[in-house]
Design a binder for this molecule. Structure first.
Ligand code: PPE
Length: 307
């Protein structure tokens, strides 16, 4: 996905011109994948761009940093203000927001502790992650031969950069085989998640998703969807899932910040079907909330104008 060039990037408290936001090639985070990040979206609303579940994302980033023993030299409020500021000055209606905490240049070797921690935040418009047609009509998923990392390999609730080698290996295989997205199984052979999404099925009217103890990221979108479902009296079951549960689902979908809510129309060529009523209902609620059209859920939005 080519990144459109914006005016400014935030680096350690300074607004830097887009093309000057550079680091040294001997940066240890580049060599060892030792960094933590978030993916956040700001949506166009009548009151200007609004960031969905901003604090939840930033809090997760601090938890990721805590696990990696990285001390982020800014407060959550400072990082949130950095994102709001970038959304205000880069002149777009909607954005993907990417904060990253990484190590500084100076040390090399596998002990990250002597390296200073730096933070950058960048924003740019990012359209439908799995395509507009994917959101409308569903995507074809393939179960990966790559196993999802387990919590004793790298903590799975941690959005660490290096973890994404696992996701990317799965993504490559799925795309090369002609599918849109991969679904990874955990070390027990049960369903974990997509390369960058949580996965849900609907079975006999019940919304089912694996619990985080299955080694999946506690997705902010996943939490929001569970919340919307609860409020809409859709029964929920967070239980381990087998691939059989995917193949025989009444409905299935992915959730993620980049992906949003994407129906899954088939898994390993077993047809699930066009987007079903529960998927549609949850998509409708989600897109209405993020566009600022649901007063009940307005607390989930951080309006960058501050009003
Ligand atoms: N699982 C994984 C492995 C994952 O990377 C994400 C987000 C999710 C689940 C959903 O989490 P949430 O966004 O909080 O609902 N993936 C991010 C990175 C995607 C990328 O290609 O980069 C994202 O969606 O921003």
């Amino acid at each position: 996905m080519p990144i459109p060039r914006m005016a400014k990037i935030w680096m350690d408290g300074e607004l830097v011109d887009w093309e000057d936001a550079k680091i040294h090639v001997l940066n240890p985070s580049l060599h060892y994948g030792w960094a933590v990040f978030e993916g956040i979206r700001a949506y166009a609303t009548e009151r200007g761009p609004a960031i969905f579940q901003h604090r939840a994302h930033i809090e997760r980033m601090f938890k990721s940093a805590q696990v990696l023993t990285m001390e982020i030299p800014f407060s959550p409020d400072e990082l949130m203000e950095a994102s709001r500021e970038l959304c205000r000055i880069n002149g777009q209606e909607s954005y993907y927001i990417r904060p990253l905490a990484y190590l500084g240049y100076g040390e090399m070797g596998l002990n990250p502790l002597p390296s200073a921690v730096h933070v950058m935040v960048a924003v740019w418009p990012w359209g439908a992650y799995l395509g507009a047609d994917g959101i409308a009509n569903g995507v074809r998923a393939k179960i990966s031969s790559w196993q999802r990392i387990n919590a004793n390999v790298i903590p799975t609730g941690t959005k660490a950069s290096g973890v994404y080698i696992n996701s990317s290996l799965a993504k490559i295989d799925a795309v090369r085989a002609g599918y849109d997205e991969a679904i990874l199984l955990n070390e027990h052979g049960r369903v974990a998640e997509g390369s960058g999404e949580n996965v849900f099925v609907v079975r006999d009217g019940v919304l089912v998703t694996p619990p985080t103890s299955e080694g999946v990221l506690q997705g902010v979108t996943r939490d929001a969807v569970l919340n919307f479902a609860r409020d809409a009296d859709i029964p929920i079951d967070e239980v381990p899932m087998l691939r059989h549960d995917l193949y025989t689902a009444d409905e299935a979908f992915f959730t993620g910040t980049a992906a949003e809510i994407v129906p899954i129309k088939s898994v390993d060529d077993r047809l699930i079907g066009p987007p079903g009523p529960v998927t549609r209902q949850l998509q409708d609620i989600f897109f209405s909330v993020v566009r600022g059209n649901e007063p009940k859920y307005d607390h989930m939005l951080d309006y960058v104008s501050g009003s």
